[in-house]
Write a protein that binds this ligand. Sequence first.
Ligand code: ARG
Length: 578
Amino acid sequence: MSTLLDTLTSRFDKAIVAAFGEEHAGTPPVLRRSNRADFQADVALGLGRKLGRPPREIAEALVAKLDLAGLADKIEIAGPGFVNLTLTDAWLSRELDSAAADARLGVPAETPETVVIDYSSPNVAKEMHVGHVRSTLIGDSLARVLEHLGHRVIRQNHLGDWGTPFGMLIEHLLDTSATSGSEAASLSIRDLDTFYREARAKFDGDAAFADRSRKRVVLLQSGDAKTLELWRQLVDLSTSYFGQIYERLGVKLTSADICSESFYNPKLGPVTDALRDKGLLQESDGADCVFPPGFTSKEGNPLPLIVRKKDGGYGYAATDLAAVRHRTETLGASRVLYVVGAPQQQHLTMVFAVAAMAGWLPSSARATHVAFGSILGPDKKMFKTREGGTVKLADLLDEAITRALAIIEEKNPAHLDETARRDVARMIGIGALKYVDLSSDRVKDYVFDWNRMLAFDGNTAPYLQFAHARTRSILRKAGGTVAGATIAVHAPEERALALALLGFGDVVASVADSLQPHRLCTYLFDLATVTTAFLENCPVLKAEDDATRASRLALCEVSSKVLARGLDLLGIEAPEVM
Ligand code: ARG
């Protein structure tokens, strides 16, 4: 199914070719929504510059060839050469009727691609920090959007489960279990962070412990059975904790998606050999490095990507090289997305550069760093607990739900019993937490503010969920839609709603393209606003005649479906009642 914009675009293209010649085929009409008309096309401005003619003249020549019979009943040239279009009620109604009958609600099916999305990727024996939270939410939404567009999405949770910290963690585990009698089982999942910090403190302050830890790393790397077993206990403990968080969040990540750093361990030797064979490896200060062109330090010296350290150990970069190779060569990805915080920008671009030099990132595959900013506290500094510690995600989830429940209790809705209130509070609380993260331009930092994100007004999850619940409530009262009802839009609020609904497909495609979930949020906020205006101005159940009632019910139904589908693509649930 082609979207409204596709249809208009192809009509413009025909007119452009007819007016200015075949060589201008494919010139984008630069269509956008307008407040003077339904759409405006700005193509005449750019084309005027290109052809050295006044844009107004271009607009006139274009309009003379533009065939929008049946589609638009008003075509006007305004200002320097904008082409304003007002669509016919009949065409809007017909388009919406077919979108309503379409299971995909107008979302196109794209040519399938294999897309690997590296997201969440927390570290074993550590609490997920705010950066992992953002990665989890943004990555999950992108995965949903790409999957919905028909792509084959492979989720990869690049868990940090290998490397030098495990020496001290295992030694600390042995020490604590010697005193408590049992091993990792005695570690409460919630104490992961404390456990890590204790180990770190001992490592920094106790030379004998540090020494034991280093020896333990060697044992781990050489595959000592007892050491591996202890390591496994730590990994299992953490993954079950992360699994619980994912489940509570409603994030589509399972243990099957874990492809952690340790997985790449046996591949690091071959990766290094391959780099050496290709003549890319250089020794620098005893370490094996690759110097990708174009990367220099502040002093202007070439920057190395360290593949193998002086002590013979491999680091984060080597693992990431092996991961790119695995993703393109073994998993067959033609697109790889790294949903990782902005501070890792340089690391990732260097990894991509080296991978390209080695042929592991051929031109047929693209790797993108989907970077994001930080979450700030009310003081505009890094988000911390009142005591200055890291905010535990589990606590954040609890608080979101408690606060949502308090808001519901205050409204005291008679139609919701105790169980329903809790369930709705969960959907609102978690929805609000996700939405606030997804609705801001991801590269920017944002300030965490409970009151703002839980408000029932404004660009928030509860506002969208409420608009959805209102449409559901009307549909319930009507006992469903009228079978075979045709949509006929006339009132300005009906037209505005129809136009918004017909933009769904384009927005979803644009999220996949730009990797910016906030575009979908902005769209849904607009849709919720026009839905609310429609419900307030156009009586549905008490419509003046049966045909209008049936048409408005059908409009309610498409709105409720698009709102619910859109929220689902963000990973947010839409309660039936609120
Ligand atoms: N575990 C890393 C961290 O906490 C994030 C990993 C991101 N993915 C990657 N392939 N490097 O910083």
